[in-house]
Design a binder for this molecule. Structure first.
Ligand code: HSE
Length: 402
């Protein structure tokens, strides 16, 4: 099968490297050679060993009947979405790592794939090299999935690990993550939680068949976390991790969120450090399943891309059925989400805070006061915080507990 790769950045180049280095193995496993015929790239890449394959016009690719599959590694919504759609409409399979396109346009692209008798596959869009989407779509698909909790962004997990185990500054840790090819072109998408938000939207869509718009997902990043918060977390045997979560409660509520959480030592996610991702899925029959592996970087992402390529090249059946668009009420108002909370305040005494928050577990901190609350909802928390503020107190940190 002849393929075209869109984009020769970290992921595109890594995918071509894998297809080249493992060509004989891939041909033997797939039953036919997978050959890169074109690489679409705007930039001049004089040192690229694949320079002879570079083209600048997508029309060359989409109009070539020899190209059976397009591997999209461009990043960004546009023109990646339009090129993917045109490739599917031209009867070419599309494999992508582009979570922005899958989260924003996955419904339309899966519809187009089904209509044209080809596949749209995106294992590399979530969890880097971890084969979590195929598992959810196939092996676990008989379960009702009632919870997903994932460390879904390698950059932020790397930054948190470097900052808090090696004492690096946020800026240095981020620069290192960028140099290693982990971060997005605009790393704000990593550190402000949007990348993890897209990934929890995709995981939930694969698990439930409904794609929730990212705007409907409560999203916070890691930029407000203080060194004091980490020490407070450690004092109660927790680590701070940026989690994407889908929670279905027994009352029939569905919550979706991305936020930093205190993760207790008893959770399998506690030890997931560095660039690794971990996704803890709970199904109503299987119970807990943990997926773990490298969440970013050229080689792990290429591994997931080529896994999808192999699925198609070996004649595998469609993995993903078209998704429904979320209707109003698909996600419960986040104001009702209840959990324990770590709260750090200044300008207020522990006793006065306890009057407002009730029985709390005080934590020893150097500045101000800090405590863990009982399980309370978002709206209850913000009502109590308003009373603290009215009494002259100020919020230093608020982090939910898993
Ligand atoms: N910027 C992303 C991350 C890349 O750090 O997880 C992989 O999706």
């Amino acid at each position: 099968m002849q393929v075209a790769v869109l984009g020769c950045g970290v992921v595109g180049r890594g995918t071509v490297d894998l297809l080249t280095e493992n060509a004989a193995w891939i041909a033997a496993r797939a039953g036919e050679a997978v050959t890169v015929k074109y690489i679409l790239e705007r930039r001049e890449l004089p040192d690229c060993p694949y320079a002879d394959k570079i083209v600048r016009d997508f029309d060359v690719i989409v109009s070539d009947p020899e190209v059976g599959m397009v591997i999209e590694a461009m990043g960004g919504s546009h023109p990646a979405y339009e090129f993917s759609l045109r490739a599917l409409e031209a009867g070419k399979h599309v494999v992508t790592s582009n979570k922005e396109v899958v989260a924003n346009f996955g419904t339309a692209l899966l519809e187009a794939a089904e209509k044209n008798g080809v596949q749209y596959l995106f294992e590399a869009s979530v969890g880097g090299g971890i084969p979590v989407l195929h598992s959810l779509a196939e092996d676990l698909s008989g379960n009702v999935i009632d919870s997903i909790a994932g460390i879904l962004n390698g950059t932020t997990n790397f930054i948190l690990t470097e900052m808090f185990t090696k004492g690096k500054s946020f800026a240095d840790a981020l620069a290192d993550a960028q140099a290693r090819g982990y971060a997005e072109a605009n790393p704000a998408a990593d550190v402000e939680g949007l990348d993890a938000c897209r990934k929890i939207a995709i995981l939930t869509a694969v698990a439930t068949g409904v794609l929730v718009p990212t705007e409907a997902i409560h999203t916070e990043g890691i930029t407000a976390i203080r060194a004091e918060d980490v020490r407070a977390a450690e004092s109660v045997h927790c680590a701070i991790k940026l989690l994407g979560r889908m929670v279905r409660t027994e009352r029939g509520e569905t919550f979706l969120m991305v936020a930093p959480f205190f993760v207790p030592r008893t959770s399998p996610l506690y030890t997931v450090s560095d660039v690794f991702n971990g996704v803890l899925v709970h199904g109503n029959f299987v119970d807990d399943v943990l997926f773990f592996g490298r969440g970013a970087g050229a080689a792990p992402t290429a591994s997931a891309m080529v896994g999808d390529v192999m699925h198609v090249a070996s004649g595998g059946a469609p993995v993903h059925r078209p998704w429904k668009r979320a209707d109003a009420g698909a996600v419960t108002d986040f104001a009702h989400f209840a959990c324990r909370r770590y709260v750090a305040l200044e300008g207020v005494e522990q006793g006065a805070a306890a009057v407002i928050f009730g029985a709390v577990e005080p934590l020893a901190v150097e500045d101000g006061i800090a405590f863990l609350t009982d399980e309370i909802s978002e709206s209850e928390f913000f009502d109590k915080l308003a009373r603290i503020t009215a009494a002259g107190g100020k919020l230093l940190s608020h982090i939910r507990v898993l």
